[in-house]
Design a protein. Structure first.
Length: 277
């Protein structure tokens, strides 16, 4: 009788840095592969400082040709503000098309009954621009985005193509006050194998949180921890704050991020036994 195969992340401990309300799917996927999962929610999602710019744009929604979302947070915020004025994305004006960067963002729109007109083949902003189905010339585009710290590449590129672009803050992602105690203890005891980042901002906030908790030598807490990035821009942030990236997700989504964790831990299986950090 053959023995049951060992799960690929059996005995491994991985830290996830997504916003608290976005941790559950990542946790379940990693658990299914045998990993112990620790939370380090490096983002606190909340409203922007001022709703007025978004509300003004949505009051004028019939004049836009495209509404471009780069995150599910933006989708949620826009839908909530539309609901306040008796409208919704599902019942948007007929001339308004929707674009989404990433499978999860598109799924969130579809869950609302809002059919998505375009999703790029690769789940990064650059791919949306390179594969956009029409020229931007003469188009009016609304881009709801994070208030601070997000990239402006979408707006800049569409403006260069001749589009009239309105970028408005739909939400803010702030840094939490502290690291969960069990996560800090695991890091201090070198009981972590990998830490996964889903955005450049999670990397920046994590560096700040580690510095606050461990002091000037905080980077030593990650010396034997694999640094995993969801995509190119997140990798740049990891390089900036941690000096390295050990594995980048492909595709650039949660599924790819989990696969990258498996690859990183496998690559060190001979030299780094599970739980040795």
């Amino acid at each position: 009788m053959s023995s049951k195969p060992i799960a690929p992340l059996h005995g491994r401990t991985i830290i996830m840095t997504r916003a608290q309300e976005q941790q559950s799917e990542a946790r379940s996927r990693l658990h299914a592969l045998g990993s112990n999962v620790l939370d380090l929610p490096a983002l606190v999602i909340g409203p922007p400082d001022d709703w007025q710019p978004l509300d003004d744009a949505l009051a004028d929604i019939k004049t836009f040709h495209w509404l471009v979302f780069s995150s599910a947070n933006g989708v949620r915020a826009v839908e909530e503000r539309l609901q306040r004025i008796g409208q919704s994305l599902a019942n948007r004006p007929k001339g308004l098309k929707l674009a989404a960067v990433g499978r999860k963002t598109a799924q969130h729109l579809e869950h609302l009954g809002a059919a998505v007109d375009f999703v790029p083949p690769n789940f990064v902003a650059d791919s949306l621009i390179n594969h956009f189905p029409v020229s931007g010339f003469g188009l009016k585009m609304l881009l709801p985005r994070v208030q601070s710290g997000g990239r402006t590449i979408l707006g800049e590129a569409f403006r260069e193509s001749g589009a009239h672009v309105i970028e408005v803050a739909a939400y803010e992602s702030r840094c939490p006050e502290a690291i969960p105690e069990d996560t800090a203890t695991a890091l201090a005891n070198s009981n972590v194998d990998a830490i996964a980042f889903s955005s450049g901002k999670t990397a920046a906030h994590t560096a700040s949180l580690l510095s606050h908790r461990f002091g000037s030598d905080w980077v030593q807490q990650l010396e034997t921890v694999k640094v995993i990035s969801i995509g190119p821009q997140t990798s740049l942030s990891c390089e900036q704050h941690f000096g390295r990236v050990d594995q980048e997700a492909d595709p650039h989504d949660l599924e790819g991020l989990v696969s990258a964790c498996v690859k990183a831990c496998r690559s060190e299986a001979e030299t780094c036994p599970p739980g040795s950090g």
